[in-house]
Design a binder for this molecule. Structure first.
Ligand SMILES: Nc1ncnc2c1ncn2[C@@H]1O[C@H](COP(=O)(O)OP(=O)(O)OP(=O)(O)O)[C@@H](O)[C@H]1O
Length: 557
């Protein structure tokens, strides 16, 4: 039964008093988040692995590598794999993993073993210091491990996999790994990156293009739905891209038509993997997993084929939220996969199976969601985010949003609603009150979607009213406020929506506007994420804190 919360106006915050309340919230946030995470540093040594270094000849070494190899971990012969110079994996070679020596907090990209040409490009594009997750992931991927990359929204996970791929594929790669031009022409796609939405796919392509520069743009091609398929197929034939980025449906479609040759592919990246494992994508993902990096000539139905697949490609799974279903998938698709987080690399085999599922309410159609654990969301939020909730009647929600935008003086706002039909009405109401707004949802065409996003990114649109489509991966660094006008289905969805703001250390606020009977959902999200979400109101153009009087039964819990 929903908790009954009577509220009383507590303080009228001016800028300074708001700051002090914020500081309180932050202390609470840090403490709770820290308490949730602080189980001592988990290193491979602490997990009982041998600290001994051996570098067998067959394993590739990166010439540019400047890592200090202080210690290493020896892995049983049977479980070792590596990518050879021609892109095939040498299986059964004794290999040492220098995970512990990965410079988790590298001061520059040059410490991470990237090729000089790529370092030059990074500098040109203004990327100077790698983030923590990049510092951990780049050397680990360069050492050929299958990985699951988990770190909070906006922490730079895209470059964490993109840079090691560009170190070995395309114009910046060491030629001895890349092969000569002739063999590259003969070879197929080298890297397949899958994303659950067109917007995210296009964003990843732009990130690649930024580093590749105009001269090498054709090394990467996007294969997203909603665009002309035959044009994409023609471009594949003409440009022979080494990297493709796309949505599951379009990649599977072109692959099934025999126009996409990925059997010798070296990298398969699933960005927002927990979403890609959902029921909606099941068939397409099946095809992709079956055909990317498969040894040509292998019997597709036999059990040996699975082993062949494992041996051929490097699988990189990425998300801010990693439920156990992803861990299980990574274990079955990869060999000795590692979980890479900021400052931490853990063998997946050492992770315990999850406890009983405890979700606030039934989730969407996603089958993987059945396996979601509240813990999956805990480390997914940027620590500097501020969270509030505000009670409003359904018919007053949009007006409350307007007052919220003014009170926080937010410049770039993403407002989430659950039903597409409601978006137009909300936009109309906001525009009528002089706030530039636009709707973004899946029913719009590709062109309309990219035009709206462009306008939002360049500041022409102040409030983007959208649905779950924009919850994952969308990177608009300027976004300083996220508002939930419709409640997210669970803490995982809350985390992804919230993560559209406060990216890469920036300030950000998340406000959930809900009806009184929905407050219990906010309370559950708060508990599952381990963050304070205090109540607030918007009065006289200011954010006003509201004290909550707990039910007697609640205070006894
Ligand atoms: N080392 C870096 N230095 C400066 N900016 C960076 C660096 N790494 C990434 N960025 C920028 O940070 C922003 C967020 O990165 P990215 O989108 O990869 O985050 P993410 O962790 O994938 O987030 P999400 O989980 O929401 O998908 C992007 O604008 C990216 O260009």
């Amino acid at each position: 039964m929903p908790a009954l919360i009577s509220t009383r106006l507590l303080i009228l915050f001016g800028e300074s008093s708001r700051a002090s309340r914020t500081a309180w919230c932050h202390r609470g946030l840090r403490f709770l988040t820290h308490a949730g995470r602080d189980q001592g540093p988990l290193t491979l040594a602490s997990l009982g692995f041998k600290s001994e270094f051996e570098r067998p000849d067959k394993i590739k070494t990166n010439k540019h590598e400047k890592l200090k190899l202080n210690s290493a971990i020896e892995v049983p012969k049977s479980k070792v794999k590596a990518v050879g110079r021609n892109g095939t994996r040498d299986v059964g070679v004794k290999k040492s993993l220098e995970i512990e020596s990965a410079p988790f907090a590298a001061k520059s990209f040059s410490e991470l073993g990237l090729p000089p040409l790529l370092l030059e490009r990074l500098e040109k594009e203004g990327f100077q210091v790698p983030t923590e997750v990049q510092s951990a992931a780049i050397p680990t991927i360069l050492k050929n491990h299958d990985v699951v990359i988990q770190s909070y929204t906006g922490s730079g996970k895209t470059l964490a996999y993109l840079l090691p791929i560009l170190s070995e594929v395309g114009p910046f790669a060491n030629k001895s790994f890349n092969g000569d031009e002739e063999s590259r022409k003969k070879s197929e796609i080298d890297a397949v990156i899958v994303a659950p939405s067109r917007e995210l796919g296009m964003q990843i392509v732009r990130e690649f293009e930024k580093l590749l520069g105009p001269a090498n743009k054709k090394v990467v091609q996007q294969l997203v739905g909603g665009a002309n398929r035959s044009r994409q197929e023609e471009a594949l034939k003409k440009n022979r891209p080494a990297i493709i980025v796309g949505t599951p449906g379009r990649i599977a479609e072109i692959s099934a038509a025999g126009k996409l040759h990925t059997h010798n592919c070296r990298y398969l990246v699933l960005d927002e993997v927990d979403e890609l494992l959902s029921f909606n994508f099941r068939e397409d993902m099946h095809r992709i997993l079956d055909h990317v990096g498969r040894r040509s000539g292998a019997n597709p139905s036999g059990p040996k084929n699975l082993l062949a697949r494992r041996a051929e490609r490097q699988t990189i799974l990425v998300s801010a939220t990693v439920p156990f279903s992803v861990i299980r998938a990574a274990r079955s698709w990869g060999s000795d996969p590692l979980l890479v987080q900021a400052k931490k690399v853990t063998p997946l085999e050492s992770l315990p199976a999850p406890g009983p599922v405890n979700l606030s309410r039934p989730t969407s159609s996603s089958s993987s969601n059945q396996n979601l654990q509240p813990q999956a969301a805990i480390q997914s939020l940027p620590p500097a985010l501020k969270h509030y909730y505000c009670v409003a009647r359904l018919q007053h929600k949009v007006d409350t949003l307007r007052r919220c935008v003014h009170a926080l003086d937010a410049k770039s706002v993403i407002a989430f609603m659950n039903h597409t039909k409601q978006l137009k009405d909300a936009v109309f109401k906001l525009e009528a009150r002089g706030i530039k707004a636009a709707e973004l949802h899946g029913d719009l065409g590709k062109l309309a979607r990219s035009t709206i996003l462009k306008k939002f990114k360049n500041g022409e649109v102040r409030v983007l009213v959208t649905n779950e489509l924009s919850a994952r991966g969308l990177d608009v660094p300027e976004c300083d406020l996220v508002v939930n006008l419709g409640l997210p289905t669970d803490s995982i969805h809350y985390a992804h929506r919230a993560g559209r703001t406060g990216r890469l250390g920036r300030k950000g606020t998340v406000v959930t506007i809900c009806e009184e009977p929905e407050v219990f959902v906010v309370k559950k999200v708060q508990k599952q994420l381990g963050i304070p979400i205090p109540a607030c109101e918007f009065t006289e153009g200011k954010l006003v804190g509201v004290e909550e009087e707990k039910e007697p039964s609640e205070s006894l819990k």
